[in-house]
Design a binder for this molecule. Structure first.
Ligand code: NG1
Ligand code: MG
Length: 502
């Protein structure tokens, strides 16, 4: 596929730009952008020059395999982050947000002197700025004013963080007048998000930047590139937030990084058992045993079961097997993987590896079904096959990767009972959202039923926080953020873009 540059819209009339950006006229969108521009003027005294915009995403299949180099199949969603930018009169980057209660900050334009440590959301902005400077090999020559507004729910596995990092990077690139390839931005934003917490792969940034209206994408890594995955007709993807917050940068980040460690250890042990040379073992440890193009042959599960015979390995066992101290093995890593030791009680290499290989194969199967020429009357069969893969993916995440939680499992169950063909957790897990495949004609009744069977039932059983709900004025309850932000059908949305206001 030809390398595309990031889309730049010259804004003469906001409304028509937004129509092509969102593919349809979105209620309140014009006001939203106009407010951002206005608030920017009020805050900084001058009009913004550019707006960067990048969406959240939902992963349809291929969970926790991007950081092993295997391909994944997500789509961009409509909810996005927008960042207005202009030049400042000093040599600082000033950052403010329209979200209530969040502090403002400023930092120097000297990228070398910026520290990031995930203390606040501003660290994502800093990470994006550093990423742009590293990529361009120069700092901004002037200070910058930024105003940020985001609509991607946080901590819900829809990648609000990638939306923030990517939208910020695009705003800065717009202002600096740089034309850039989508794949380049996807690559460096994935790197810069690693400064801020998780040893993640590049899925979120890739789809946030490279998403396209109406299209799910098969995303490959090393190097990042995409293929279209034509979704069969007759079904919608419905996203539902379990309202259990996945605190990725805190508890779950440890669990997330712990999975990265387990996968690398699994690869290293397999390498030793398969008689690889030490150098190849080291290579296998940094990439799981992905084939040349991250391909799977189907034979991996047998190998895993044969050689990774124990459920949990201790640190001492692993050090003996690998002939190296684990602390040494993970030394010098951004996210202090070497600080995980006191926190863990053993390494489950077999189950993690089984998940990775089976999930990688499911992505290949999913794409093949999407691509298969089906006569109109075969579409329902295609949907069933895709749904089966989604269900298998959830089971594998739940039992083998252990990244689900009670709420997610209940929500998946309620979704199937409410008429979804398939349903699974999406994103890192341990909380956050599910994605369900629902026959088109049933979306409304599906949503109504899940409201009762999951949200109301859980609320009544005091298993959801009362703080997340308020009275709806009709004798019932509704989420404080509104139902449409908690459970909604999502067609594939467009990727990142720059709006030129000059
Ligand atoms: P979330 O937590 O949904 O942003 C994370 C990783 C992805 C991927 C998924 C699991 C980050 C920024 N993203 O997604 O790269 O590994 O988990 O498939 O950590
Ligand atoms: Mg994230």
């Amino acid at each position: 596929m030809a390398d595309r540059t990031v889309e730049v819209y010259r804004v003469q009339e906001l409304e028509s730009v937004l129509d092509s950006l969102y593919g349809t006229s979105v209620e309140g969108a014009t006001e939203r952008y106009a407010n951002l521009i206005n608030d920017f003027k009020n805050k900084y005294g001058v009009a913004p020059e550019f707006i960067g915009r990048s969406p959240g995403r939902v992963n349809i299949v291929g969970e926790h395999i991007d950081y092993e180099g295997y391909s994944v199949l997500p789509m961009a969603i409509r909810q996005d982050t927008i960042v207005a930018i202009g030049r400042a009169s000093d040599l600082n980057v000033h950052v403010a947000t329209l979200a209530p209660g969040l502090t403002e900050e400023e930092f120097t334009i000297d990228a070398e002197r910026i520290g990031v440590a995930l203390h606040t959301w501003v660290d994502y902005v800093k990470a994006a700025y550093i990423g742009v400077c590293k990529h361009l090999q120069r700092n901004s020559s002037t200070g910058l004013n930024l105003l940020i507004e985001g609509q991607v729910p946080q901590g819900s596995g829809l990648s609000s963080s990638a939306a923030l990092v990517c939208a910020t990077a695009l705003a800065i690139l717009g202002l600096l007048g740089e034309t850039v390839l989508q794949a380049e931005v996807a690559q460096f934003t994935a790197e810069c998000e690693k400064f801020v917490g998780t040893e993640s792969g590049g899925m979120d940034q890739a789809i946030s930047i490279m998403g396209e209206l109406g299209k799910a994408k098969l995303v490959h890594f090393n190097p990042i590139r995409t293929e279209d995955a034509p979704l069969p007709k007759g079904a919608s993807f419905v996203i539902a937030n379990s309202l259990a917050v996945s605190k990725k940068a805190e508890g779950a980040a440890r669990q997330y990084n712990m999975r990265v460690v387990e996968c690398r250890l699994a690869a290293a042990v397999l390498g030793v058992k398969l008689g690889l040379e030490p150098d190849d073992v080291r290579a296998a440890q940094s990439k799981m045993l992905a084939g040349p193009k991250g391909s799977v042959t189907g034979a991996e599960a047998e190998v895993v079961k044969k050689y990774l015979d124990k459920e949990k390995y201790t640190q001492a066992e692993l050090e003996q097997l690998l002939g190296v101290e684990l602390e040494k093995m993970f030394e010098g890593n951004n996210n202090q993987l070497d600080e995980l030791w006191p926190w863990c009680s053993g390494f489950n290499l077999r189950d993690r590896a089984l998940h990775v290989y089976s999930e990688a194969a499911r992505v290949v199967d999913f794409k093949a079904i999407c691509d298969s020429e089906a006569k109109q009357d075969d579409e329902p069969k295609k949907l069933d096959k895709l749904a089966t893969l989604m269900k298998q993916s959830h089971a594998s995440c739940r039992y083998e990767y252990d990244c689900s939680c009670e709420e997610l499992n209940h929500l998946v169950e309620a979704s199937i009972n409410a008429g979804a063909l398939g349903s699974r957790l999406t994103g890192a897990g341990w909380g956050g959202c599910t994605v369900s495949l629902v026959p088109e004609g049933k979306v409304e009744s599906f949503i109504a039923e899940v409201k009762q069977k999951y949200y109301m039932a859980k609320l009544e059983a005091k298993k959801l926080s009362q703080k997340d709900f308020k009275e709806d004025g009709k004798g019932g309850w509704e989420p404080v953020v509104g139902w449409k932000n908690v459970i909604f059908a999502s067609p594939p949305g467009s990727g990142g873009a720059i709006l030129d206001l000059t």
